[in-house]
Design a binder for this molecule. Structure first.
Ligand SMILES: C[S@@+](CC[C@H](N)C(=O)[O-])C[C@H]1O[C@@H](n2cnc3c(N)ncnc32)[C@H](O)[C@@H]1O
Length: 223
């Protein structure tokens, strides 16, 4: 796979009223990675499933989607999109009971993001306090919980950005690569340039100050 992609930012559907500005992963991005790293029939996991973009793309490509999501409204939304709604469960990845999950060939996910100087806890939908270091500890814990779920030779792809806000840069992508690299083997990053990045209608819904993001690619190293 190329180490840089240029894609158009967009979605096939609109979210319900009250959710329209929520951040979602563009389906074209998920498609590229699932086509590269999985085959039809493979199980695909998104442990931060959100509105189910990874899951609906996986199903469209004849993969079998599994998802975990903290927010019940988002769970309900993605269940409505899928033919096997029972494969999406409400839960906290930090306390994941993975006994119901099969061995997954690929995890494609976008975790909640945090800026270094923010103090809200993104793992509780921004309710409660957290420091950036605690956040990174939670990222490492979350991916440690997934270790037993990824099949030998499987791939973990994390869609993430560095964040530039009021002139300050949080090197979120580098920091997540380092932490998750203690759990899985880091194989490198794919830089994703988003076309039409000066379209303000997106309310900064990607990039957080940048017009590109990263997909960090990890493997179990046991293939
Ligand atoms: C960046 S969004 C994912 C968006 C998703 N890729 C989509 O296209 O809809 C991150 C998601 O992680 C969820 N989340 C946050 N903390 C969580 C936790 N502890 N366990 C499971 N999900 C969590 C949030 O509710 C949010 O929906």
């Amino acid at each position: 796979m190329q180490t840089h992609l240029s894609l158009e930012y967009g979605h096939d559907d609109d979210l319900p009223a009250g959710h329209v500005n929520e951040v979602r992963t563009p389906p074209t991005l998920v498609e590229r990675f699932l086509e590269a790293y999985t085959e039809p029939g493979d199980a695909v996991l998104d442990p931060f499933a959100g509105y189910g973009t990874t899951l609906t793309v996986a199903e469209r490509l004849d993969r079998v989607p599994y998802g975990v999501e903290y927010e019940q409204e988002r769970v309900s939304y993605s269940r409505d999109q899928l033919t096997a709604p029972e494969n999406v469960r409400q839960g906290d990845v930090l306390d994941l009971d993975s006994s119901w999950l099969p061995a997954c060939a690929c995890c494609f996910t976008s975790p909640p993001f945090m800026e270094r100087r923010d103090h809200r806890n993104p793992f509780r939908n921004y309710a409660g306090e957290s420091s950036y270091d605690e956040y990174l500890d939670d990222i490492e814990t979350a991916f440690t919980r997934l270790e037993s779920v990824i099949a030998p030779g499987g791939t973990v792809v994390i869609d993430v950005v560095n964040m530039k806000y009021e002139g300050r840069v949080t090197t979120l992508a580098w920091d997540i690569a380092e932490r998750v690299g203690t759990v899985f083997d880091f194989d490198g990053e794919v830089v994703v340039a988003w076309e039409d990045s000066d379209d303000h209608d997106r309310n900064g819904a990607f990039g957080y100050g940048y017009d590109h993001s990263y997909c960090l690619v990890f493997s179990t190293g046991e293939g």
